[in-house]
Design a protein around this ligand. Sequence first.
Ligand SMILES: [Ca+2]
Ligand SMILES: [Ca+2]
Length: 127
Amino acid sequence: MRNLTINGVVKINGGAGLDTINLTSSTFNSSLKVQLGPGADVLNITSTTVQAETKITGGANFDDVTLVGSNFGALNINLNEGNDNLSITNTQVITETVLNGGSGINTFVNGGSNFFGSFYTKLNLAG
Ligand SMILES: [Ca+2]
Ligand SMILES: [Ca+2]
């Protein structure tokens, strides 16, 4: 999805199987929920603004989440089971950030130029 502007709450459910979800140059004026589901999933959010909370849930298996050049009111990521990768670069969070790799071997790449708000929690993520 690209160049979207949405005023209501948005929920994206990846369901079973391998999913690749790309959100690019979009604006969400309320909250965004992405459930990647049980397969191995890839989520890329690039140059996107979410005014309220963004909640990303990984589910089982390998999940690869990359955030670049985006702005969030709050950010809550739980990658859950499986060995997961999370990469965040040039991204701003206004209030609260929770990054949780869940179980498994999880890696975090801080690409720099990030601001994670007043409250920052990182759990179960190496790096
Ligand atoms: Ca998954
Ligand atoms: Ca995990």
